[in-house]
Design a protein around this ligand. Structure first.
Ligand code: NAD
Length: 545
C-alpha cells in the first residue's frame, strides 16, 4: 500500500462523439457493427473469474431484424446462483482489504478503456441488441458509463473525507466499511450504462456482487464483463449470472448473507423484491439495503406563455428518442388551449419526418422496441385508443406499426379529453405520448391534476416564459418529479450534472451517479480513541464541598 492521501484525477464528462458523415468515428463504428452482426457469440456465466456454461440457452436477437440472432447465452439455475454467492463471499475479504486507491484505479482504468478501444464494441452491441441509434448508444454505453466510473471515484473520495469533530484529548474517526454481505445487482434492458453502474458502484465501495442482467441486453452486459476483466477487476468481485428473474432472484433473496439490492427496472418487479425481503427479514444477518430506480409517467407541462416550438421539440425528443424506452421519457403532456394548435402542427409535421428502421441506417431517428411482448403491449394500447376516438380520445397522430422485420412502433400522439385516460396514468414504455388540452384559465387546477394523476414521481418539465408560472409549477410539482426541468425536455440527465432518480412509485431516489447512491453501499464504523484515559472513576460533582 502506498502511504499518502491521494487525490484522483478530477472527473470531466466524456465528450459525446458526433458520428457525422465522413468522420473517422463513424467509419470505425460501422466496421464494428458489421463485425458483430456477422458473428455468433456464446455468452457464458462468470463465477469467481471462471466462465461457466449450463446448456440452458437463451437467444440474443436484433429487435429491428428479429430473425437475425447474434448468438446465445447460458442461463443460471439454482446451482450456479449458489456458486455465484459463494464466489462473492470468498472474494469479499481480500477486495475489501485493498486500499480504496487500488479499487478506484480499476474503475478509472475501465473508464479509459471504454473511452478508447472498448468504445465501439460497447456502442455496437448496444445498437444491435437494444436497438439504439448511434447517438443514443454513444450517450449511454460510452459516455454515461465512463462518467459513472470517473465521477463515482470522485464522490467516493469525498465521502471518505467526511470525518467527525474531535474534542480535546481524543481522535474520532469514521471508517467507511463496505456492507457485511454481498450485493445483488439487477439491471434493466434499456441502459448499458445503468447495467454497468449497478454492480460497479457497490464494488468500488469494497462490496462484492452477484449481477443479473436483463435477458434482452445480455450481449452488452457480457462486454462490460470483458471490460472489467481487462481493467483488472479481481475474480469473484462481480459474478455474472444471466437467467430468468425469479430463478436467479428467489435463491439470492433467500440467502442470509444478502447485504443489499441495487435494482433498476419496473416498479412491479422491485415491489416483489421488497416484499420477498420483508418476508425473509428475520433470516438476514443485517437489514439489506434496498435501492431501486423504477418506472415513470413523466410529464411535460406547458403554460400559455411557453414557446410552442420549444415545447414541440421537447416532446419529439423527450417522447420518441430510443422509442420512448427511457424511464425518463415524456409520456404525458398538458398543453393549454391557446398553445395547442401550434404544438399540434409541429408534431403533425415532424412525426412523418422521424425515420424508423434498422439502427445501422444512420438516417433513422427510431429503432425497434425491445421485443414481441413490448410490441404487443404498445399496439394494443394504440388499437384501444382508436376504438375510443369520439369518446375519451379526440384524435391520434402517427401510430403505424409493423413487426414483419423488426418490432417497429411508430411515434404516436393520443390526444385525450379525459385527464385520467389509461395512457395518461400507466407507464407503457414505448413511443406513445398522450396529450391533455386544458383551458388557459385552469393552470393551477391542472397542475394539481398533474401531481395526482399517476403514482410515479420520476421526471417532469415545465415550459413557460412567465417567471411566476415557472415558480408556481416548481412549487406545485415538488413531489411529482425527482428530476425537474425548466424549459427543457425531461430526458438526458448527465452524471455529475443532474443526479438521477425519483420517489413515489418511481423508486428510492438514491440518485445514481452521486455520493447519495454510494452512501447506501457503505456501513460506517465510528472509532473513538482516547489518548490518556481517566484513571479515577469519580466525577468532580461528587467531591465534598
Ligand atoms: P423489468 O422490471 O422487466 O426487469 C428488470 C430486471 O429485473 C431484469 O434483469 C429482469 O430479469 C429482472 N427481474 C424480473 N423479475 C425478477 C425477480 N422476480 N427477481 C429478480 N429479478 C427479476 O424492467 P425492464 O423491462 O428491463 O426495464 C424497463 C423498466 O425499467 C421500466 O419500468 C423503466 O421505467 C424502468 N427503468 C427505470 C429507471 C430509473 O432510473 N428510474 C431507469 C431505467 C429503467
Amino acid at each position: 500500500m502506498t502511504i499518502g492521501i491521494a487525490s484522483p484525477p478530477s472527473p470531466v464528462n466524456e465528450p459525446v462523439r458526433a458520428y457525422a458523415p465522413g468522420s473517422p468515428e463513424r467509419a470505425s463504428l460501422r466496421r464494428e457493427l458489421d463485425r458483430q452482426a456477422d458473428m455468433q457469440v456464446e455468452v457464458p456465466l462468470r463465477i469467481g473469474g471462471r466462465s461457466v456454461t449450463t446448456g440452458r440457452l437463451g437467444t440474443m436477437r436484433m429487435p429491428h431484424d428479429h430473425r437475425h440472432a447474434l448468438g446465445t447465452f447460458h442461463k443460471a439455475g439454482p446451482e450456479e446462483v449458489a456458486a455465484a454467492i459463494e464466489a462473492a463471499e470468498a472474494a469479499r475479504p481480500a477486495w475489501a482489504a485493498l486500499s480504496w486507491e487500488d479499487r478506484a484505479a480499476v474503475f478509472l482504468r475501465a473508464a479509459e478503456l471504454l473511452a478508447g478501444r472498448f468504445r465501439d464494441r460497447l456502442n455496437a452491441a448496444t445498437m444491435l441488441v437494444q436497438s439504439k441509434t448511434a447517438h443514443q448508444a454513444e450517450i449511454d454505453a460510452a459516455c454515461e458509463l465512463v462518467d459513472f466510473f470517473r465521477f463515482n471515484v470522485h464522490y467516493y473520495r469525498s465521502i471518505l473525507e467526511q470525518q467527525p469533530a474531535c474534542a480535546p484529548g481524543m481522535w474520532n474517526r469514521l471508517e467507511y466499511r463496505p456492507l457485511d454481505g454481498f450485493v445483488f445487482a439487477v439491471s434493466p434492458f434499456n441502459f448499458t450504462s445503468i447495467a454497468g453502474n449497478l454492480p460497479t458502484a457497490p464494488a468500488l465501495c469494497g462490496n462484492t456482487v452477484v449481477w443479473k442482467p436483463a435477458s434482452t441486453a445480455v450481449l452488452s452486459a457480457h462486454y462490460i464483463m470483458d471490460l472489467l476483466d481487462e481493467a483488472g477487476l479481481p475474480p469473484g468481485v462481480i459474478n455474472f449470472v444471466p437467467g430468468s428473474g425469479a430463478e436467479v432472484g428467489d435463491p439470492v433473496l433467500a440467502d442470509p448473507r444478502l447485504g443489499g439490492v441495487h435494482f433498476t427496472g419496473s416498479t412491479e418487479v422491485f415491489q416483489g423484491i421488497w416484499r420477498t425481503v420483508g418476508v425473509n427479514i428475520g433470516a438476514y444477518r443485517q437489514y439489506p439495503r434496498l435501492v431501486g430506480e423504477t418506472g415513470g409517467k413523466d410529464f411535460v407541462f406547458a403554460h400559455p406563455s411557453a414557446d410552442p416550438v420549444a415545447v414541440g421539440v421537447a416532446l419529439v425528443r423527450g417522447a420518441f428518442e430510443y422509442q420512448g424506452q427511457k424511464c425518463s421519457a415524456a409520456s404525458r403532456a398538458y398543453l393549454p388551449e391557446s398553445l395547442f394548435p401550434a404544438v399540434r402542427e409541429y408534431l403533425a409535421d415532424t412525426i412523418p419526418q422521424l425515420g424508423i428502421g434498422d439502427v445501422r441506417d444512420f438516417k433513422n431517428f427510431l429503432g425497434a422496441v425491445i421485443d414481441d411482448r413490448s410490441y404487443a403491449k404498445h399496439t394494443a394500447a394504440i388499437a384501444e385508443a382508436h376504438e375510443k376516438v369520439g369518446g375519451d380520445v379526440v384524435e391520434i397522430l402517427g401510430g403505424e406499426a409493423s413487426d414483419e422485420v423488426g418490432y417497429f412502433v411508430g411515434p404516436t400522439v393520443i390526444v385525450t379529453k379525459n385527464p385520467s385516460y389509461r395512457t395518461m396514468c400507466e407507464e407503457l414504455f414505448g413511443p406513445i405520448l398522450t396529450v391533455y388540452v386544458y383551458p388557459d384559465d385552469a393552470f393551477d387546477q391542472t397542475l394539481a391534476l398533474c401531481d395526482r394523476t399517476s403514482p410515479y414521481g420520476l421526471t417532469g418539465a415545465i415550459f413557460a416564459r412567465d417567471r411566476g408560472a415557472v415558480a408556481k409549477a416548481t412549487r406545485a410539482l415538488r413531489h411529482a418529479a425527482g428530476n425537474f426541468y425548466i424549459n427543457d425536455k425531461p430526458t438526458g440527465a448527465v452524471v455529475g450534472q443532474q443526479p438521477f432518480g425519483g420517489s413515489r412509485a418511481s423508486g428510492t431516489n438514491d440518485k445514481a451517479g452521486s455520493a447519495l447512491n454510494l452512501l447506501r453501499w457503505l456501513s460506517p464504523r465510528t472509532i473513538k480513541e482516547t489518548f490518556d484515559p481517566p484513571r479515577n472513576f469519580r466525577y468532580p460533582y461528587m467531591e465534598e464541598v
